[in-house]
Design a protein. Structure first.
Length: 426
């Protein structure tokens, strides 16, 4: 059998059983022979790695599993690298969520000043992984769903030589909610934006345009488990002529979200710590040999479907359509060609090509994308160079920050709090 090696970087994550389940479900089309599970946290790696091995054995799969703390050992001769890292672990996320509240800013792990600092910590580590891939597995694909996924995709695709795409479970969940909400199957859904700043801007079934009906009646999905959801009013949807992703509640209901976060007993990072601790205890049980249902509470639903189906499409050159984060390549006329966008793409073994949307005319969506993309560009420059000026330019542009003095003071405190992971600024 031809060797097919998959490496999971950050395999100590409690999400890993999602990926293992996806591999098991696609064992006929994705004949994996070698699986490398790598993490710097030896304790979590052993617990999650052992559960992964039990799941594989229980499914009668003949896969050679390696558990390692050595990045190079994991990457050597890999065909696919799946990255799900969290630099600073959940303790850093808690700081990202709590410190901004003192300055009147929303604390969130992927957007605003919290997401900004997660990007500063994560970009250098992802760049290092990519550079090791250039040496050890130059033909491999890196599929990253570490957050903030879109910014990381922009950094990796414009500053390294590897083949890589960014992935998120928001699109697949939104599509599922539209099909369920409308009671229809086989819909043609137009979706575009940036990661965690995305919209559904069209819905058709065959030749029938269903979107005017949706705009007239309004539409609300279930949101995400890790976001306290209010939902979007019919008036808002009609105003922007689009269905926003759940993360846009932070933009459109800024003050309400801020007040909610201020009065929470625990921030989401602390809740995730509790969930993670209970999951790891559950994973230790030798009787557990399949993905525990309790994992759904962690907020990573359908990652296996999104990630492993993407691997399948690349490996088998299916030319299937997936929504991923890739360079625009002319698909959207109002964005630069090298801007990474989140939209439907044709996926094959050699390329991931976005499907062009000619004549796109929703000015609100265009302007939101252009604004936040400018923030992302400055963020990447700051992360790569350690420039305080670039960092402040990014924060002054971001719709959830803006105020110079508060941004500067918060930035300085957070930079000190995360000093251990921000060597580029020292």
């Amino acid at each position: 059998m031809k060797k097919l090696k998959v490496a999971i970087i950050g395999a100590g994550s409690t999400y890993t059983p999602e990926l293992i389940e996806g591999m098991i479900m696609r064992k006929q089309s994705l004949p994996i022979t070698h699986l490398a599970l790598m993490d710097i946290d030896e304790t979590k790696l052993e617990v999650v790695g052992n559960l992964s091995e039990r799941m594989i054995d229980n499914s009668k799969l003949d896969i050679d599993v390696l558990q390692t703390k050595d990045l190079d050992e994991a990457l050597m001769d890999a065909d696919f690298v799946l990255a799900q890292i969290r630099v600073g672990k959940l303790a850093a996320r808690v700081l990202d969520e709590q410190i901004p509240l003192k300055y009147g800013f929303i604390g969130q792990e992927t957007t605003g000043i919290g997401g900004f600092f997660k990007a500063l910590r994560t970009i250098p580590v992802m760049m290092d992984i990519a550079k090791r891939m250039e040496q050890l597995c130059p033909d491999a694909w890196l599929i990253n769903f570490s957050n903030p996924s879109g910014i990381l995709a922009e950094a990796l695709q414009n500053h390294t030589k590897i083949k890589t795409v960014g992935l998120c479970n928001v699109p697949i969940n939104m599509f599922s909610e539209v099909h369920e909400g409308l009671g229809e199957e086989g819909l043609d859904i137009e979706y575009l934006g940036l990661n965690h700043l995305s919209y559904i801007t069209g819905i058709k079934k065959g030749d029938k345009d269903l979107f005017p009906q949706v705009l007239e009646q309004g539409f609300n999905g279930k949101g995400m488990k890790n976001i306290p959801v209010k939902g979007f009013s019919t008036n808002l949807i009609q105003t922007i002529e689009a269905i926003p992703s759940p993360y846009l509640e932070y933009f459109y209901f800024r003050e309400e979200k801020l007040e909610h976060l201020r009065h929470e007993e625990k921030c989401r990072g602390e809740v995730c710590m509790d969930i993670e601790e209970s999951l790891l205890e559950l994973y230790k049980k030798q009787t557990i040999k399949t993905k525990p249902k309790e994992l759904e509470s962690r907020g990573g639903a359908r990652y296996s479907e999104a990630a492993i189906s993407l691997v399948d499409s690349i490996y088998n050159d299916t030319k299937d359509i997936h929504v991923v984060n890739v360079r625009n390549q002319g698909a959207l006329s109002f964005m630069e060609d090298d801007d990474v966008v989140e939209m439907a793409c044709v996926v094959g073994k050699d390329a991931v090509k976005p499907i062009a949307i000619p004549g796109f005319d929703n000015d609100h969506v265009k302007e939101m994308m252009q604004c936040v993309k400018a923030y992302e560009r400055h963020t990447i420059k700051a992360a790569l160079t350690g420039s305080d000026a670039e960092a402040m330019k990014a924060l002054l542009i971001h719709p959830l920050v803006g105020d110079y003095q508060k941004a500067y003071d918060c930035y300085e405190e957070m930079k000190q709090a995360h000093k251990k992971y921000l060597s580029q600024f020292q």
